[in-house]
Design a protein around this ligand. Structure first.
Ligand SMILES: Cc1cc2nc3c(=O)[nH]c(=O)nc-3n(C[C@H](O)[C@H](O)[C@H](O)COP(=O)(O)O)c2cc1C
Length: 202
């Protein structure tokens, strides 16, 4: 019998219909499904995301027990995004590189899920991530920038963010430089996906 795996799929491309990162994400999910019984939740980051503002920051900085009803309300969407992360064993994030880094929708999601006392806490030795026992596959596509090059402010940043909230077990899958040789780039990422095993890690 296949083991159960709760997967949260997060998609950041602003062009869903033709998105190469999403196509790779779909193949990755099929691959995971070969060795696990997948329970899937999907969140398209093009919908419902909003930027944090002063009310949100004020609510977040107020101790939970002391929040006004409006402040509790203001944090509900952020709470829901974090609950999805807590629910998941595995996160599959698909994202293109936009202007050398993350799409703004993904940055909005990051700002909503990185919360002191909820997804990380400060200690005398530095911050500690609170979302333990999870792993992530991050599928990245780029037009011209090689992954790991000095102009790649995306992959290291995403590793940092996931590690910051406790998810250190991160695998990067990249179809980089799609504008140079799309076919070879896509094929390389597919090859990497073929070696993914749902049973590895959490
Ligand atoms: C607004 C925008 C900004 C982009 N910025 C970059 C960039 O800085 N570097 C790069 O290599 N590619 C950049 N690209 C190209 C995309 O990363 C590339 O086309 C990627 O394959 C798109 O993935 P998708 O098909 O999943 O949407 C950009 C594309 C768009 C639409």
């Amino acid at each position: 019998m296949k083991a159960k795996l709760r997967v949260l799929q997060l998609d950041a491309s602003a062009s869903p219909a033709a998105s190469s990162s999403r196509k790779l994400g779909q193949r990755l999910l099929e691959k995971l499904g070969e060795s696990a019984d997948i329970e899937l939740r999907v969140r398209d980051l093009n919908h419902d995301l909003s930027f944090i503002d002063s009310d949100w920051v004020g609510a977040n900085l107020t101790a939970a027990a002391e929040r006004e009803p409006a402040q509790v309300e203001r944090l509900l969407f952020s709470d829901a995004l974090i609950d999805e992360l807590k629910w998941a064993d595995r996160i599959v994030l698909t994202t293109p590189m936009y202007n050398f880094s993350v799409p703004a929708t993904l940055k909005a999601w990051i700002d909503l899920v990185c919360r002191a006392g909820v997804t990380f806490r400060y200690t005398p030795d530095g911050p500690v991530g609170l979302l333990q026992g999870k792993s992530a596959h991050i599928v990245i596509t780029t037009g011209g920038v090689p992954l790991g090059s000095p102009a790649d402010f995306l992959s290291g940043y995403l590793r940092q963010i996931f590690g910051f909230i406790g998810i250190d077990d991160v695998e990067l899958i990249a179809a980089d430089r799609m504008n140079v040789d799309a076919e070879a780039s896509f094929a390389g990422a597919l090859e990497q996906i073929e070696s993914v095993d749902a049973r590895v890690a959490a």
